[in-house]
Design a binder for this molecule. Sequence first.
Ligand code: ADP
Ligand code: MG
Length: 701
Amino acid sequence: MLSHQLNTPITYLKGVGPQKAKILEEELSIKTYADLIEYFPFRYIDRTQFYKIKDLKNSLAEIQIVGVITEIRMVSQRRGKRLVASFEDQTGQMELVWFKKQKWIRENLKINAPYVIFGKLNFFNGQFSMIHPEMELYKEFKKDFNVKLQPVYSSTEKLTKNNLGNRFFNRMLKQLFTELQSPFQEILPQNIVEELKLISPSKAYFNIHFPQSNELLSKAQFRLKWEEFFFIQLQLVRKNLFHKHKIKSFKFKQIGDYFNTFYNNILPFELTNAQKKVLKQIRNDLGRTAHMNRLLQGDVGSGKTIVGFMSMLIALDNGFQTCMMAPTEILAKQHYQTIAEYCDQLGISISLLTGSTTAKQRKDIHQNLENGNLHILVGTHALIEDKVKFHNLGFAIIDEQHRFGVAQRAKLWKKNDLPPNVLVMTATPIPRTLAMSLYGDLDISVIDELPPGRKTVKTVHRYDANRLKVFQFLKNEISKGRQVYIVYPLIEESENFDYKDLMDGYESISREFPKPNYQISIVYGKMKPEDKAAEMQRFVNGETQIMVATTVIEVGVNIPNASVMVIESAERFGLSQLHQLRGRVGRGAEQSYCILMTGHKLSDDAKTRLQTMTQTNDGFQIAEVDLKLRDSGDLMGTQQSGLLNLKIADVVKDSSILESARHHAIRLLKKDPNLEKPEHTLLKKEFIKLTQDKFKWNYIS
Ligand code: ADP
Ligand code: MG
């Protein structure tokens, strides 16, 4: 981007006082003009389309209508009052409704002046209405930068509460663009700009916030996404091609007693060939001075943990401490329990550090870590707090890393003079080509084989209408001593709604499975972590037979006795999520089942997803299908993979842009490895600036 003006603190912008600035910084890390400009909309609403009232249909999502208010009145209702306006165009009449801010609205609405209203349509008592519509006088609407595609910025609870929503961002950005004096320099080399027909940065930044047409918007998106990937690829490729072996870490020269004793006398099963292969790769890495930074992929249940543990033993054999970090307390505890058993037999000291570790235990742990008496520390984020100091951390495992932010991973680095060797374990199967270009700096190992004797989870699709049969099946399984998960979807945009879904479900299940014969646990996102953990624990202990939950149970929980996974509204889940959930069962010796519940109305993509699930258990195959489907954007709340903190690009949807960026990065660096050519001066400057920006870049350092 490169302009001094863009470094201006956001408080200098007209309309942003200290209070707003504080919220912007706290919630979105927006501190400067540049930060605001790079706060990109996450979607756009087409505002070129107007509806006539007579054409309204029940199913329409968000729409806009031009018309006038003819009358406003207060209507009493059971609780409080609602403000209702009659709204008309030439073709018909509808109602606008407000439950809040009624006084202000009443005083400010103009009767018989043309308005553009915008919002979701309701159909009630034979009449259409819009609740809390967005509205603007038609003449203002027309003046408005000619906005046709209206940007939508993601928001947080706090932002919304403080009225820092779309309108605010719109106003601020308008102000910003008015103040800026030709701010954006072209930093990309001319040949690339020409070859890819990129629009200028000024045009791109403007159109991303104020799209002048569909065409300009997609050009703006292409340029900004490409640029974002390009700088990441420059960094990755540079590391990989030229510097890979320059970063040093501890070298573990020998395989010693811990490893050998465990392998020969304690390991309760034969490793699979895939596990052996991966362990060998890790051993090789650890035997070198070069820093190990390895990603271990393996489907759920493929046995990553034991491989991780045995790698830890190599570190211990060489006198180093190790740690294992998990994304949730429950997972950390589970790892701890599994590993502690082995450690006992080997005489290795191990502790668990999480949010609920008491102050006294904590003090002990800190002390023993620093004096080197503690060999293995398992825990949550608590591990990377500054107070936690290791005597000599040589090796770190990060489990299910997509839950960890970039900055968190980087914090481990600061625990030593040299960075510890790192093994990242994930069950999220990323297709290999994508993984290569994402993790240019990571080496990749794959466990592509399940331990023997695993029965594949039988997966079926059932319609809601057959619910009673499904319940009967659950009862049969429970009577055999099995446990059951029932999972409800969670959509970020409407937490309350989901909560209601979950609670309704919980009630009907409580009715169907009454006490005292049945005990039910319930876990959802908004619960206090302690309560969540306690409920999970009851289920783990077998005190409850049914676990009703939102997707909070998605990751890594291991309860071998749970043999049935029921997924409600399965059409609302993404494929990889479904696969993850299914991975919670099939961990014991018993035949396990996954039941996908849906209504009758299903989109084509939803059908493909359900079919894929019932046809295959192979995570990588599922990932490939997922990749193809994600383009269609029919999923609600599609998650960014979370692997990188990207501002605009999506590693999955934009994979072809990623490939192009990678290709050009390689070509450029081959010609000019240190960016010394005059035509790369600005590029280099920006590159250096970005690499110094810790938050954005540390994940690859
Ligand atoms: P992941 O973390 O990859 O999902 P886990 O490491 O939790 O998988 O392993 C799942 C289960 O399989 C554990 O109970 C583990 O003890 C068991 N297991 C791992 N490797 C083997 C193996 N080679 N043979 C038999 N069981 C295994
Ligand atoms: Mg695991």
